[in-house]
Design a protein around this ligand. Structure first.
Ligand code: B1M
Length: 212
């Protein structure tokens, strides 16, 4: 691994915001591709943080400081990953489902979609079904993108889809889902229109859903 990529990786594992931002800036100055910084340093380091948590070496406060460090680095990458395009490829209402506070993956998906000229209405995390519905009604969005990182909150995706049906809006939007514990099979079971395992494939999925 490139030493600067290793430095960024370590800064996130250590939860050091300043070191992460400084490392990302240094890597960019050295012309390291933003995608390499994102995948090899940032996403990889969060897997390590998850492993340390599973092994009982890290607790919630450590997860939180690591997440903040990663966010500090992502703020620097965002302008490079999101190249403004005046055309709108489609309007996406995005959020992490009710009960779930994990927003890093969802933020990445939003960033990549924005870079692909989608208009994003980001509702944040812990989003109730009725909030997704209100946002679709008020913005006329054609895609709903839901994220979940907990096995306990995945069922809230189904609840949200059911709420769209009850509101008579299910046919007006394409619903895509993702997040670490999800699978294509689960997406089929809850009646989503599509599932993507990562942010890049979320862009391809959003495009294909609108092409249908
Ligand atoms: Co928590 N957490 N966490 N956590 N956390 C996990 C998810 C966990 C796997 C850790 C572990 O045990 N190894 C575990 C879940 C276990 C399970 O459900 N089976 C867990 C737990 C248990 C918890 C708490 C319950 C802990 C506690 O309180 N005892 C608690 C729950 C709080 C809540 O949400 N109600 C909790 C809290 C937190 C923090 C708040 C401290 C913090 C989140 C901060 C934040 O997001 N702002 C946190 C973190 C950081 C993690 C880990 C370490 C990292 C998550 C992350 O950001 N990954 C995580 C362990 C892990 O993932 N290995 C863990 C990086 C991110 C880029 O990946 O989000 O997977 P990810 O997104 C990917 C893809 O999944 C996909 O694209 C992204 C980019 O490629 N994707 C989509 C995501 N959404 C998509 C949507 C799409 C398409 C693709 O279409 C719409």
């Amino acid at each position: 691994m490139d030493p600067i990529v290793q430095e960024i990786y370590q800064s996130i594992v250590d939860g050091d915001q300043k070191a992460c931002a400084a490392g990302v800036q240094k890597a960019l100055d050295q012309n390291i591709e933003p995608q390499v910084i994102l995948n090899e340093a940032m996403i990889a380091s969060m897997s390590e943080v998850g492993r340390l948590f599973e092994e009982g070496e890290y607790f919630v406060p450590e997860l939180l400081v690591s997440a903040r460090a990663m966010q500090a680095g992502m703020n620097l990458l965002k302008p490079l990953l999101v190249q403004a395009d005046i055309r709108s490829a489609g309007k996406v209402v995005a959020g992490t489902v009710q009960g779930d506070l994990h927003d890093i993956g969802k933020n990445l998906v939003c960033m990549m979609l924005e870079g692909a000229a989608f208009e994003i209405i980001d509702l944040g995390s812990d989003v109730k079904p009725e909030k997704f519905i209100e946002a679709v009604q008020s913005t006329g969005a054609n895609i709903v993108a839901m994220s979940a990182l907990l096995t306990t909150t995945m069922p809230n995706m189904k609840t949200t889809i059911e709420a769209f049906k009850a509101a008579g809006l299910r046919d007006r939007v394409k619903i895509m889902v993702g997040g670490a514990p999800l699978t294509q099979q689960y997406a089929n079971e809850i009646g989503a229109d599509g599932y993507a395992p990562d942010a890049n494939r979320a862009v391809a999925l959003a495009k294909s859903l609108l092409a249908k």
